[in-house]
Design a protein around this ligand. Structure first.
Ligand code: MN
Length: 339
């Protein structure tokens, strides 16, 4: 069960959408997450990239870690490694990850917190379970999302945003049947705390058994739904969707989800889903391991910089959330990304 819960009846409500004028998006593709080992050998489920879904532009990768109940000595992470050209967004639903970076900064990401790292021109970091989690074992459940940077921002100075468990905007549906934790972007005029270069909306919802969640969604964004646990139906035609599955939705201006009335025991409190979308960059993507650039020459440059020890070009900036509201306007619908 997610660490961040709330009495939905006390929360700000999302608007009721008019079924007569709303263009509900429907499922155009269903992807089953594949299992991989990452870092020192921890298991992830990865809906993309894969042969079924190469690119979810502007997103590059989604790793679902756990939920797993670690025995003592079992918890693993990803020790020192580089990144350049995109952003990693680590959302820890339960448990804790400790982050250390090349500037000597760092912090704990725990129990509902998010760390938003803009690798930009280059960063080195390690992402490890806390000593306490390794020693004692315990529940671990989280996500890492990679968001691409537009060409114009790939050389931005590295930046970290610590988004606390209580910084996410909490919203509910008109009948109080769903809890929405808005991590980044705009939703029905509400702003999530994550400060993004590429316009996106990223949220985690718990939909009570039998309840419906309708979300207004920008028509120019893509839209995807990934299931953390439980089951329900999604889209205009009510396509069934369960744990470890992702759907890509087609055109429209709203997303609709309904949780099954009966949920598996492990998800008894409701259907746990991630809904994400963004403005596609439509730029060439050259990727190799931890580097994502626009051309092969830039990838070779990144590898050579890493080997020479010159990957780090400026000291990362650490920003505690909530960040200044001005940057949130980068998610404006009017922004063009062809610069
Ligand atoms: Mn990393």
């Amino acid at each position: 069960m997610p660490a961040v819960t709330a009495d939905t009846l006390t929360l700000t409500r999302l608007p009721a959408l008019d079924p007569g004028t709303t263009a509900w998006r429907d499922v155009v593709k269903l992807v089953v997450a594949q299992r991989f080992l990452e870092g020192e050998g921890f298991a992830v489920r990865r809906p993309f990239p894969s042969t079924d879904l190469a690119l979810a532009d502007p997103f590059l990768l989604l790793d679902h870690m756990g939920a797993v109940e670690y025995a003592p000595g079992e918890a693993k992470g990803a020790p020192w490694h580089p990144h350049r050209g995109f952003e990693t967004v680590t959302y820890i639903i339960d448990g804790a990850f400790e982050h250390t970076d090349s500037a000597g900064g760092g912090g704990l990401i725990a129990d509902g917190a998010t760390q938003w790292m803009t690798a930009g021109s280059g960063v080195m970091h390690s992402e490890l379970p806390t000593a306490e989690l390794v020693a004692s074992g315990g529940l671990f459940h989280g996500l890492q999302l990679w968001v691409n940077l537009p060409r114009a921002d790939k050389w931005a100075p590295p930046r970290y945003q610590d988004i606390g468990a209580h910084d996410a905007a909490l919203l509910s549906t008109p009948d109080g049947g769903a809890l929405v934790r808005l991590i980044a972007g705009d939703l029905a005029g509400h702003a999530g705390p994550g400060n993004t270069y590429t316009p996106i909306t990223y949220l985690h919802a718990t939909v009570s058994p039998g309840a419906r969640l309708d979300l207004p969604w920008p028509a120019h964004f893509n839209a995807m739904v990934y299931v953390l646990s439980g089951r329900g139906v999604v889209g205009a035609s009510g396509r069934p969707l369960e744990e470890g599955q992702l759907v890509v939705l087609g055109a429209g201006d709203a997303v609709t989800l309904t949780a099954a009335a009966t949920q598996p025991q492990a998800s008894a409190q409701g259907w746990e889903v991630i809904v994400l979308g963004g403005l596609p960059l439509r730029e060439p993507v050259a990727r190799y391991g931890p580097f994502v650039m626009n051309t092969k020459a830039e990838i070779i440059e990144a590898v050579e910089d890493f080997q020479r020890g010159t990957l780090i070009r400026s000291t990362p900036e650490h920003v505690a959330s909530p960040t200044e509201p001005g940057m949130a306007h980068r998610t404006s619908a009017d922004e063009t990304l062809d610069g």
